[in-house]
Ligand binder design. Sequence first.
Ligand SMILES: NC(=O)c1ccc[n+]([C@@H]2O[C@H](COP(=O)([O-])OP(=O)(O)OC[C@H]3O[C@@H](n4cnc5c(N)ncnc54)[C@H](OP(=O)(O)O)[C@@H]3O)[C@@H](O)[C@H]2O)c1
Length: 252
Amino acid sequence: MNLNLEGKNVLVVGASKGIGKAIALGFAGERSNVTAVARSGQLLQQLKSEAIELGCNSFNCEVKDIMECDTKAFAKELMQKYGEFDVVVHNVGGSLISRNHLGGQEDWNYALKFNAVAAIDMNSVLIPPMTEKKWGRVIHISSISANMLRGNPLYASAKAFLNAYVTTVGRCLAKDGVVMSAVMPGAVAFEGSYWDNYTRTDPARCEDFLRHHQAINRFGTPKEIADVVLFMASEQASFMPSALIPVDGANM
Ligand SMILES: NC(=O)c1ccc[n+]([C@@H]2O[C@H](COP(=O)([O-])OP(=O)(O)OC[C@H]3O[C@@H](n4cnc5c(N)ncnc54)[C@H](OP(=O)(O)O)[C@@H]3O)[C@@H](O)[C@H]2O)c1
């Protein structure tokens, strides 16, 4: 299947490692123009070398902490530098936040901003040019935790909020040719990841987790998530606005 992503202007927010890196490299291999955002300039430069080897059309590195900046102004700045984006992937997020379910608004606001609201703020700037030209793809990396509502309550709730945003706002955008979706990974391991470390420190609990919660009985790989993201960025996803897509090895 030809995804026809060559020359598309793609923004990946949270691209320096793990799932985001696999996504950025996926677009690089499709010869898209990629702008990659993360806090680590060193990791982004390494990624750029790998992307160029894969034949990437152009690759821009943007070092930014999206939790510590004016996200709307940052989105405007990105468009001024690199033009309007055809595809935006929001990958920043995670469960390594407060686990205090009785925490106050500081804890909950942080979880919501990290997993959803920073991306939503950027969308308010990045999406209007898409609706104007009647084509765009906005893909949020959510989590199967949003469906299962298990694990860290703040994380699961924030991803559930993100899914509700994608469902409702995705419907508003559908008639304008903008396909907003959420990809919901199950547990994914890669070198240096949470699950990779956990496998080393407590292999028995990891095996137990997989046996009871991930029917496939193994971790997913970043590429298995990235492949679905690339499909959702393509023309082939035209009938899938608001889709919430589990890529989770049959989580249970
Ligand atoms: N791994 C899993 O098992 C799993 C399962 C379900 C869902 N997910 C979701 O998938 C997404 C990626 O997960 P992952 O495991 O690949 O995460 P990760 O290894 O922590 O990578 C996150 C990426 O975002 C960047 N990032 C983090 N904070 C940032 C900030 N404040 N500003 C800018 N960039 C920032 C990181 O780069 P820098 O550190 O260089 O900034 C990195 O490139 C997350 O939304 C997560 O919730 C993951």
